[in-house]
Design a protein around this ligand. Structure first.
Ligand SMILES: [Zn+2]
Length: 503
């Protein structure tokens, strides 16, 4: 899961390849670390002037329509295509559900029950008309019924589909985000009815100058469901190369051109929310029994919340351009991972717990045994875990500096100021402090410590910003009803009782 470190230490390496064009295709050599080797090959190819076709491999492939959406697969597509976070998608779904336009969204099933078979064609037809598909350009009856209707794969709820109301949804006020989600769900329902996407994949290997060159291409035989999907969500990928006349083995072809290409190796990619949701869904799956019903981290209904919580607590952050946001571990997140015992980090532990909870639900496992197991594990962890070296410095990025004068919780030093650790409490002393600026002073950790223990601190050499006069004063700290700090000033050398108070 922790991709950051690995990406950060990655150093792009240059490499060179030779590309030759012959018979209408452009084939590429292997990568060379040194430029000279690639140049030598280029020279050889130019001298030889032709290539020999060694192998031609043609494979026919078919891609079935994707299954209907459960919440996680919808959140993934909405993140990839629309740039929504998992939480946003869940919220929009909830709203669409309340407006009776989609079925219950917190589901982990991607199937419908068999008794729905008779209503679905009408529903699909209604959705197609709603989104302007032309009659005859789509099927509203599924080709493969078992890819849609399977009661054994429906648990508490079935897959997310539009409701009949979609046909007259024009009268219902929807935000543009809600419209986008509704469309995604409706288009998916339509795609499920269509034929497979079928194509051939051609791999050609040719030789020249002791080296092998390869080319891969694709010829589409039938667009099937992709016809509809791509008309709504065009793929960004560049067009696959295709070829009209496929050469046969042992053929010798003249080289039309040969050239050198320089490239750089690229680091592994950061997680997008789409990728993270997928990783959460399958995390630890390899350690789980095959028939385990609950695999991965969290459930469809809780995954969005888990990601948001990690962001709120500052363990991960969203970074990146408009639509494509990457989730990256913060220093605090990396520190936490570094100090946590291995056992707790393992997704298989969570998956194992989920599995046992499910067994309890079915009456196959005793709650007491489960709790005893957890107690034993925790006791064991506490006894055996040693505090790792450097933990203090790693975790002390948020050093405790004192106790909150408002609520008594710890006050932590963070990058921008000293914050009360109680999230309900608004006590904050900003490092870039306006009040201190007004009196010509800077707030320091020593001042904060003193203020937190004594609720006052004496300041020498304060400067009136208007008159330029300097003076000494005692600063008094109090808090407002919500915990926000309030300063007042007392002048020890004046005998006017409470002194002059200013906010
Ligand atoms: Zn507080």
């Amino acid at each position: 899961m922790n991709q950051n470190t690995h990406i950060e230490v990655f150093k792009p390496e240059p490499f060179w390849t030779v590309q030759i064009s012959a018979g209408g295709i452009t084939a590429t050599s292997r990568r060379f670390q040194g430029r000279e080797n690639a140049e030598e090959l280029l020279q050889q190819c130019k001298e030889e002037g032709n290539v020999m076709i060694k192998t031609v491999e043609i494979k026919e492939k078919a891609e079935r329509p994707p299954l209907l959406y459960d919440l996680t697969s919808l959140q993934r597509d909405a993140n990839r295509i629309l740039g929504f976070t998992a939480q946003q998608t869940l919220d929009y779904c909830q709203s669409l559900y309340e407006k009776k336009l989609i079925t219950y969204p917190r589901t982990d099933s991607r199937y419908l029950t068999e008794d729905m078979q008779h209503t679905i064609p009408d529903l699909a037809y209604g959705a197609a008309t709603q989104y302007g598909l032309q009659e005859g350009r789509f099927r509203s009856e599924p080709i493969r019924k078992d890819a849609i209707f399977d009661s054994s794969k429906v648990t508490d709820h079935y897959a997310i589909i539009p409701t009949k109301s979609i046909s007259d949804s024009d009268g219902i006020t929807l935000s543009s985000a809600e419209k986008a989600i509704l469309q995604l769900i409706a288009v998916r329902l339509l795609c499920v009815m269509q034929e497979d996407y079928r194509y051939t994949e051609t791999g050609i290997k040719m030789s020249c100058g002791r080296e092998e060159f390869s080319w891969k291409g694709k010829n589409v035989l039938q667009y099937g469901w992709k016809q509809i999907w791509n008309s709504f969500y065009p793929e960004k990928k560049r067009d696959e190369e295709h070829i009209d006349a496929i050469p046969s083995e042992d053929m010798i072809l003249d080289i039309d051109s040969a050239e050198l290409n320089e490239g750089r190796t690229s680091p592994p990619k950061h997680f997008t929310e789409d990728m993270l949701l997928s990783a959460m869904e399958t995390a630890g799956a390899e350690d789980m029994p095959e028939d385990a019903e609950r695999k991965g981290l969290g459930t469809p209904a809780t995954r969005a919340g888990i990601i948001e919580k990690l962001i709120q607590r500052g363990y991960i952050e969203r970074k990146g351009e408009k639509k494509t946001k990457y989730l990256m571990a913060t220093d605090k997140g990396n520190a936490l991972i570094a100090v946590m015992p291995e056992q707790i980090k393992s997704p298989s532990m969570t998956a194992e717990w989920e599995q046992k909870l499910l067994q309890i639900e079915r009456g196959e496992y005793e709650p007491k045994d489960f709790m005893d197991g957890i107690k034993g594990m925790i006791t064991n962890l506490v006894m055996t875990s040693k505090q790792e070296k450097g933990v203090e410095t790693l975790m002390n990025r948020n050093k405790v500096i004192g106790i909150c004068p408002h609520c008594g919780a710890e006050v932590l030093e963070k990058q921008k100021g000293w914050f009360c650790s109680n999230h309900e409490c608004r006590f904050i002393l900003w490092k870039d402090n306006a009040y201190f600026a007004k009196i010509g002073k800077r707030i320091t950790p020593e001042i904060v410590e003193k203020l937190l223990t004594d609720k006052e601190v004496s300041m020498k050499g304060c400067k009136n910003q208007k008159t330029g006069k300097t003076y000494d004063a005692d600063l008094l700290l109090s808090t407002e009803a919500d915990g926000r700090p309030q300063f007042a000033m007392k002048f020890p050398d004046r005998k006017e009782g409470g002194g002059k108070w200013q906010k």
